[in-house]
Design a protein around this ligand. Structure first.
Ligand SMILES: *Cc1c(COP(=O)(O)O)cnc(C)c1O
Length: 217
């Protein structure tokens, strides 16, 4: 696979779903990828990237920004409150707002720093113990709480359980977003982004299908 293949598949999925061309943002998930692979994708023109760890992102993106200019950087992994300031300063969007303590910290930092990244509330649609995200039953009140703090909540994010049909989770996320008046839907990864687009994804997070398998250890 390659960046162009993925972009073509996204265009096709937009068309198949009767959605406007360009209505889906591709976030190229570069976590753990060697810098030369990331540079290749930057050279191909991609300017929107996702990372799941603040520290790792802080180690590579300031240099890439110096070299390649403006880059739209999204935090898609869990955020500890003690890293929130660094995240607010580094990222253009945070997809993992999932608890009142973090929301309050972000609201305070937005005041102090003078700006706030676009925010997505992560919903644990599969109600999995080990997974981050607010429970579906608590989502409406948490979203209201965030909006009351003037946080720029753009939409919702989910990571479906590995062994379940993701479409059920995408549909649930869409329903929660719609009833809360939110338009952004961060959902869909390498294996299921077409299904996510069919169900209204506005942001797909695609890693291995662009970069190849992640090299770890
Ligand atoms: C790693 C990761 C992705 C990308 O996964 P792929 O299967 O490689 O496309 C998407 N979203 C989150 C939250 C991730 O951590």
């Amino acid at each position: 696979m390659s960046l162009q293949n993925i972009k073509d598949s996204i265009s096709k999925a937009e068309g198949d779903a009767g959605r406007a061309a360009g209505s889906v943002t591709l976030i190229a998930v570069s976590k753990v990828q060697p810098n030369d692979r990331v540079a290749t994708v930057l050279n191909e023109g991609q300017r929107c990237f996702g990372e799941n760890k603040v520290q790792e992102a802080a180690g590579k993106w300031p240099d890439f920004r110096e070299q390649f200019g403006e880059i739209d950087l999204h935090l898609i992994g869990p955020l500890q409150t003690n890293k929130a300031r660094q995240a607010v300063e580094l990222f253009d969007a945070i997809h993992s707002v999932d608890r009142p303590k973090l929301a309050k910290t972000l609201a305070r930092l937005a005041q102090e720093v003078g700006h706030c990244p676009d925010l997505f509330v992560q919903v644990n649609t599969g109600e999995e113990d080990q997974k981050a995200g607010i429970m579906p039953a608590d989502a409406d009140s948490f979203i209201a709480e965030c909006l009351a703090m003037d946080l720029p909540i753009k939409g919702l994010m989910c990571i479906p359980p590995v062994n379940e049909e993701p479409s059920l989770h995408f549909a649930l996320l869409g329903k929660i977003a719609a009833r809360n008046g939110l338009t952004g839907l961060s959902m869909g990864m390498s294996g299921d982004f077409e299904r996510a687009i069919a169900l209204g994804a506005t942001h797909v997070r695609v890693g291995s299908a662009i970069f190849g398998a992640r090299v770890t250890g």
